[in-house]
Design a protein around this ligand. Structure first.
Ligand code: ZN
Ligand code: ZN
Length: 263
């Protein structure tokens, strides 16, 4: 499996992806908002885009569909429940569905509600798994729930699905928010040495050659995975004096999400 991360350079800081079968050159474009960059990248490498997949229905993820499909005849895949929100879906996806690309690539659809209620993440069936997580999980952060989502559902997705994936899972999010998210982690957990070190390393990284994190790394530097950290809990208590003595992880997650909304 070849993964080409396409940095759009737009104001929303979107990452688009091409996932490619190295044997046949067939490719799937994930959320190809910058359709020209995606089409150009495929042409340069001699790849044929045969499928487009949307992780969810927001415009900055589906806005390039029409142009890519017009140029390639690709089929459109998205969450089965997104049919009213995304025009022209050829294949509606449910949890556990397997998506094949060419001869060698297999990905599994995860049903991951929270950012929106019809959000798909893709997990590759490869030696080192890769997770294409749209706006559910970001490097050092979590998606917001302002436009059709629910923080309790996002917590359930993190706890019951994402946190259980292997530590070496590579993380490919829908936006580059790493630096800002690390600053939020450090605002909530000032003694997080790994987050501090990483911020120094990536503060001026080129998003065209962005760091690809792993789930194990996220558990160290992403405050939304650090729900039992005494330092995170102490910091929350300063903001929410009625926080229980030993808050459960869901409460911590919800409070962190609430603080992040206005941070
Ligand atoms: Zn979104
Ligand atoms: Zn987005």
């Amino acid at each position: 499996m070849i993964v080409e991360q396409v940095w759009t350079g737009n104001a929303y800081r979107n990452f688009n992806y091409l996932i490619v079968c190295p044997e046949s050159g067939e490719a799937m474009a994930v959320d190809p908002l910058d359709h020209q960059k995606c089409l150009d990248a495929a042409k340069l490498k001699g790849w044929e885009i045969t499928q487009v997949l949307n992780t969810h229905e927001h415009f900055d993820h589906i806005g390039g569909n029409a142009a890519v499909i017009a140029a390639t005849g690709a089929k459109l895949l998205a969450h089965a429940n997104a049919k009213a929100a995304i025009p022209g879906i050829d294949r509606g996806l449910n949890a556990g569905d397997v998506i094949k690309i060419g001869k060698t690539v297999e990905l599994e659809a995860l049903d991951t509600p929270g950012h929106t209620m019809s959000h798909i993440c893709l997990l590759s069936h490869t030696d080192a798994p890769a997770l294409f997580c749209g706006d559910t999980l970001f490097n050092a952060g979590a998606g917001n729930c302002h436009n059709g989502g629910h923080p309790a559902e996002l917590y359930a997705t993190f706890a019951s699905q994402l946190a259980k994936l292997p530590g070496d899972t590579l993380i490919y999010p829908g936006h580059d928010y790493l630096v800002n998210n690390l600053k939020f982690t450090l605002d909530r957990e000032p003694d997080n040495a790994k987050a501090k070190g990483l911020l120094g390393d990536v503060a001026d990284q080129d998003p065209n050659a962005a760091l690809v994190s792993t789930l194990a790394m996220e558990k160290d530097i992403n405050t939304f995975f650090r729900l039992t950290s005494p330092s995170v809990i102490a910091g929350l208590r300063a903001k929410f004096p009625d926080l229980p003595d030993d808050p459960d992880p869901k409460t911590v997650f919800m409070k962190l999400r609430e603080l992040r909304n206005s941070w």
